[in-house]
Design a protein around this ligand. Structure first.
Ligand code: UGA
Length: 445
């Protein structure tokens, strides 16, 4: 089938590339000409495992093309996917400007009957607005059908999630449109759930809000565990055996970040408010997360005291491993807070440093290796649970740091690993190991 995908962000690019891999003829469209040039050369503008290889492969076998021209991209398309961003506005609601622009352009440029599918996360009812805008701008004698098809892939495992996802949701009022979309996705062999447009749009927000709720819930339990001396890992494992609960998304830490959960939870609170429903539970989920991101600072201060002049090694900057995405990463508020208290920051991330430079204060010193980052530091903080950190030889902390005090925001290690290690280890929701073993911090400085 001939498909156009508008928007080459995480969702659009991965969708387009994966659809080309299952033998559709795909044209990805983006207004950013530089990005299109880069993509035409077979280079991925984002770090996503396996993506560059699939881009190159499908350009070569001519199932994948890129353009910045809507007219050219829409020319033969039987199905157009809208996958442009819906960033957060100041009041928390979703900004639909890009979606509206694309809808207008579809109306102006399509030459044949087309199915327009929205992958962008949009407030309930938006697909009807898209249909109206297209029809208001339609130039040729053609008909358009719309469908909602929310995306559930995660950054860092986007390709894997597309080919092995739990479900594909198709929301449309037209049985024929649903059948065409089923045909598009058939080669993936995944369960397909068909529903109406409103419900489909809500499934996306409800899913992300529920996952965010799981995280804030376990973080609250984790904070209580810390005070009582219980171990959150064991608690989550014990809870996870119950199939009604499940173990996934029960990893306590310094909260959720990224381009989705923060934005979509705020948007759902606004959507609820729009129909005069006060979504108290979700408001608390957001509040808990905001507090959780900075909870590690409280822990550091109660161990170290005044942070002025303290040399801090930051391990990990991205909002999660396997991505260079810094959006809403816990590293941002944590580093800004540490700097405001006079701490001196050295930071390392395997791939997010370039993106971090544009966001973090200029005083942050970036290092190319873990060794250089730890050398001479008084405390180390793990922000992102990169595999590279989990496999670290703990002697590195002891040998390289001035005082081996490690604050682990992502519970990368078993507590047992620190017994007899002479490293002070503070993690999330678990008892500290070797606490206060180092001499008084002030004496050492
Ligand atoms: C999330 C959803 O998981 C996807 O299904 C959805 O398609 C996507 O948003 C989206 O709406 O586009 P993503 O933001 O890429 O995906 O990443 P996740 O793996 O869900 O992680 C989000 C945040 O939650 C990260 O900061 C992660 O560290 C945190 N997290 C996750 C926890 O703190 N604990 C957990 O147990 C799991």
């Amino acid at each position: 089938m001939k498909i156009a995908v508008v928007g080459t962000g995480y969702v659009g690019l991965v969708t387009g590339v994966c659809l080309s891999e299952i033998n559709h003829q795909v044209t990805c469209i983006d207004v950013n000409k530089e990005k299109v040039k880069q993509l035409k050369r077979g280079e991925s503008p984002i770090h996503e495992p396996g993506l560059s290889e699939l881009i190159k492969k499908n350009i070569k076998r001519e199932t994948l093309k890129f353009t910045s021209n809507h007219k050219e991209g829409f020319k033969d398309a039987e199905v157009i996917f809208i996958a442009v961003g819906t960033p957060q506005l100041d009041d928390g609601s979703a900004n639909l400007d890009y979606v509206k622009e694309v809808a207008k352009s579809i109306g102006q440029n399509i030459l044949k009957n087309t199915i327009v599918v929205t992958k962008s996360t949009v407030p309930v009812g938006t697909n009807y607005m898209i249909e109206r805008i297209i029809n208001e701008n339609i130039v040729n004698e053609v008909k358009v059908k719309v469908a909602s098809n929310p995306e559930f892939l995660r950054e860092g495992s986007a390709i894997e999630d597309t080919f092995h996802g739990d479900r594909i949701v198709i929301g449309t009022d037209d049985e024929e449109t649903a059948l065409v979309l089923e045909t598009v996705y058939k080669p993936l062999g995944l369960p397909i759930f068909k529903t109406d447009i409103y419900s489909s749009e809500m499934i996306k927000y409800a899913s992300n809000a529920f996952l965010a709720t799981k995280i804030s819930f376990i973080n609250e339990i984790s904070n209580i565990c810390e005070k009582l001396g219980a171990n959150i890992e064991d608690v989550a494992n014990g809870m996870g055996y119950d199939q009604r609960i499940g173990r996934s998304f029960l990893n306590a830490g310094i909260g959720y970040g990224g381009s989705c959960f923060p934005k979509d939870t705020h948007a759902l609170v606004q959507i609820a408010g729009g129909v005069e429903h006060n979504f108290k539970l979700l408001k608390s989920v957001i509040e808990v997360n905001n507090i959780q991101q900075k909870s590690i600072i409280k822990k550091i201060k109660s161990r170290i005291g005044n942070l002025k002049g303290i040399k801090v090694a930051i391990l990990g900057l991205a909002f999660k491993p396997n991505t260079d995405d810094m959006r809403e990463s816990a590293s941002i508020p944590i580093i800004k807070d540490l700097i405001s208290q006079g701490a001196v920051i050295k930071a390392y991330d395997p791939i997010a440093i370039n993106n971090a430079r544009a966001i973090l204060p200029e005083t942050v010193e970036y290092k190319q290796t873990l060794k250089e980052t730890l050398e001479g530091s008084e405390i180390a903080i793990i922000i992102t649970e990169w595999e590279e950190f989990k496999r670290l030889n703990l002697n590195m902390f002891k040998d390289l740091m001035k005082m081996p005090i490690l604050f682990d925001g992502r519970n990368c290690f078993d507590l047992d690993q620190f017994k007899d290690s002479n490293i002070e280890y503070f993690s999330m929701g678990r008892p500290p190991v070797n606490a206060y073993m180092s001499s008084n911090v002030k004496e050492l400085l």
